[in-house]
Design a protein around this ligand. Structure first.
Ligand SMILES: O=C(O)c1cccc(C(=O)CC[C@H]2O[C@@H](n3cnc4c(=O)[nH]cnc43)[C@H](O)[C@@H]2O)c1
Length: 234
């Protein structure tokens, strides 16, 4: 299993739930933290492009070593749409959607798929989403990937109008999912809500609480996913 977070403090929060010792493995474009429990952890960088590049490097290295990953988990803190995803709660993505990948037109936003390109949504295996959500006691819904953190009520409302099932937003999930899809590896995204999506209010961030939720969550998630069959993709 590969867990891709954005920054080292998120990676370390996940590592806090897994058995030591951890060994560092330097790869071209990625520094893997290998736990003794079959989980490789990667601080893949902030934003979808760097997260995709780093995750792809780790996936390629594993494939070339003849030990391909069975699952990639994009994990980290994120913004929660209120009131459905309160600060401190965990969200499991049933859809990982690039919310700002497209074109702005006089008639509104057009996703790249309507321009004839690529994809804007990856859907994690239903069975893995179910197992993860039950283990975590988390809600499931769309997690949006944005390149610009939402900072106004108007933008939050526009995103919710376009994606009524959205519970959270982050900046890496879609990039990690693109890399996983290119390797034919299933993907999950887990967000621990550190702040509400909406008007910028740094005083309202609860990063420590979200990181603690991530550690507590992975303590339950890891054993649950270890018994998930990666060949059962439904
Ligand atoms: O300066 C701000 O107003 C601001 C608000 C929220 C987050 C940031 C970041 O720079 C953190 C980006 C980092 O954390 C994840 N994250 C956390 N909260 C959000 C959010 O509300 N929307 C999108 N991403 C968020 C993200 O995945 C990055 O890794 C700054």
């Amino acid at each position: 299993m590969l867990v891709a977070t954005a920054v080292p403090v998120e990676r370390d929060a996940v590592a806090g739930a897994l058995p030591a010792p951890a060994e560092e493995v330097r790869l071209p474009g990625a520094l893997l933290c290998r736990t003794g429990a079959g989980w490789d952890l990667l601080a893949a960088g902030v934003g979808p492009a760097l997260a995709a590049a780093s995750t792809a490097a780790a996936l390629t290295a594993a494939a070339l070593a003849g030990r391909p990953y069975g699952l990639v988990v994009s994990a980290g803190i994120g913004g929660g749409f209120q009131p459905d995803a309160p600060v401190g709660s965990l969200v499991v993505a049933d859809a990982i959607t690039a919310a700002d990948l497209g074109a702005e037109t006089a008639d509104g936003f057009l996703p790249v798929t309507e321009l004839g390109f690529g994809t804007v949504t990856h859907r994690p295996p239903e069975s893995a989403v179910r197992v993860a959500a039950e283990a975590l006691g988390a809600r499931t819904g769309t997690v949006l990937t944005v390149s610009t953190v939402t900072g106004t009520a108007a933008r939050a409302a526009a995103l919710r109008a376009r994606h009524p099932g959205a519970l959270a937003e982050g900046m890496e999930g879609f990039g990690v999912a693109e890399a996983a899809a290119a390797h034919g590896v299933p993907v999950l995204e887990i967000r621990a809500v550190s702040n509400p999506v909406g008007p910028r209010d740094r005083a309202a961030w609860r990063i420590g609480d979200a990181l603690a939720a991530l550690t507590e969550g992975f303590g339950k998630l890891a054993p649950a996913l270890e018994s998930w069959n990666p060949h059962d993709h439904q």
